[in-house]
Design a protein around this ligand. Structure first.
Ligand code: SF4
Length: 363
């Protein structure tokens, strides 16, 4: 409910949309504050344990906040959903026996911060327009952003479980602002769907989709290389292929990404090759300070050097040649059993490919 000195809601909405465009957001839509439409699917995902080690996803307080958005912001009336594109025009993938690939979304500054700063400015506009309150999230809270974006009319959920904007593809960061301002709601237009296409399901290197529209995160290469803290399961390591951090396979094959639009600042339309392709043999020798210098501002920093080296060993086990043997043997002497184990696995894979029997997998 608006107080007499609040800015008229229609004016506020127009001002917010203009500001969002100026901040580089490609889409802006307002929807009601009902719980996510696919909440039941999400609960099944958690019941089946498909969230793996991401235990916070199953926390009862978090589930309750997903069910009832007023527990996050009392008197919430509307959700504003915005997108910021990250799918670059030009992209490099590792193509030889000593390089690994970083997923497209991680080429630039950490989006939690870069996008968060922009959402915070929109929230400030709301809060300074009168008596309204606002709270924002970009993959930082208990919201089902994709579901809410679909309901706001920004796209449809594909069989790969991602939001697909038919005019922009799926390479989008999603941000949501909860507000007590009862802004005018957008009409949801008709949306296409995946039809008979199943390219993403067939392209997934680890069979992480048990069925269309269902993801088993425990098998997903993004989960294995980013979220998983310990050993990458042996059976899934070959499916990691050249992916050092994250995976784009189910998006790369998606025909809707032909319509991807160039990212705007702070993301780069044409990031340098060094943003996506990493020399794994050099990586194995970097120390903590060098890791911070190279990856400090990007999402890779959250992974930490230790798990990035674990991933590097797995990629070398998949693609490496004899040149990787010596750096991996040095890793066998590391104090960390996680690194020793993955290095030994990688050496044994390379040795098998080379048909050699004179290389030890012991320190
Ligand atoms: Fe849908 Fe095909 Fe894209 Fe998968 S690849 S999300 S099935 S359109």
């Amino acid at each position: 409910m608006s107080a007499p000195f609040d800015e008229p809601l229609g004016d506020l909405r127009r001002r917010l949309e203009r500001q969002a465009q100026q901040l580089g957001m490609h889409s802006f839509a307002v929807t009601d504050a009902k719980p996510a439409t696919r909440l039941a699917d999400y609960l099944r995902f958690v019941e089946r344990g498909r969230h793996g080690e991401m235990r916070y996803l199953a926390r009862p307080d978090r589930l309750e906040r997903r069910r009832n958005l007023a527990t996050i912001l009392p008197d919430v009336q509307r959700l504003i959903v915005c997108t910021l594109p990250y799918w670059p025009n030009r992209y490099h993938e590792a193509e030889d026996s000593r390089t690994g690939t970083i997923s497209r979304y991680a080429h630039c500054d950490d989006y939690h911060r870069a996008f968060g700063e922009r959402l915070a400015r929109l929230a400030t506009t709301i809060e300074t327009s009168g008596t309204h309150r606002a709270k924002w999230y970009c993959d930082t809270g208990p919201l089902m952003e994709r579901d809410l974006a679909e309901r706001a009319g920004l796209g449809f959920i594909g069989k790969n479980t991602l939001l697909i904007d038919p005019r922009r593809g799926s390479g989008l960061f999603l941000g949501v602002i909860l507000t007590t301002a009862a802004l005018p709601i957008d009409e949801r237009g008709r949306m296409p769907n995946c039809g008979s296409c199943r390219r993403c399901l067939d392209a997934c290197p680890t069979d992480a989709f048990p069925a269309p529209y269902e993801l088993d995160a425990r098998r997903c290469v993004s989960y294995l290389t980013i979220e998983l803290k310990g050993d990458i399961p042996l059976a899934l390591r070959p499916g990691v292929k050249h992916w050092l951090y994250g995976c784009d396979d189910c998006q790369t094959v998606c025909p809707w990404n032909r319509f991807a639009q160039a990212p705007t600042a702070p993301f780069k339309a044409e990031p340098p090759k060094s943003a996506s392709v990493v020399d794994l043999l050099l990586l194995l020798s970097i120390d903590e300070a060098e890791f911070r210098r190279r990856f400090g501002k990007t999402p890779v920093a959250r992974l930490g050097r230790r798990r990035l080296l674990r991933n590097a060993a797995v990629v070398l086990g998949n693609v490496g040649d004899r040149g990787a043997l010596m750096p991996l043997q040095r890793l066998l002497r590391d104090r960390d059993p996680l690194l020793r184990d993955h290095a030994a696995w990688a050496i044994s894979r390379i040795v098998r490919r080379l048909g050699r029997s004179d290389v030890s997998t012991r320190p």
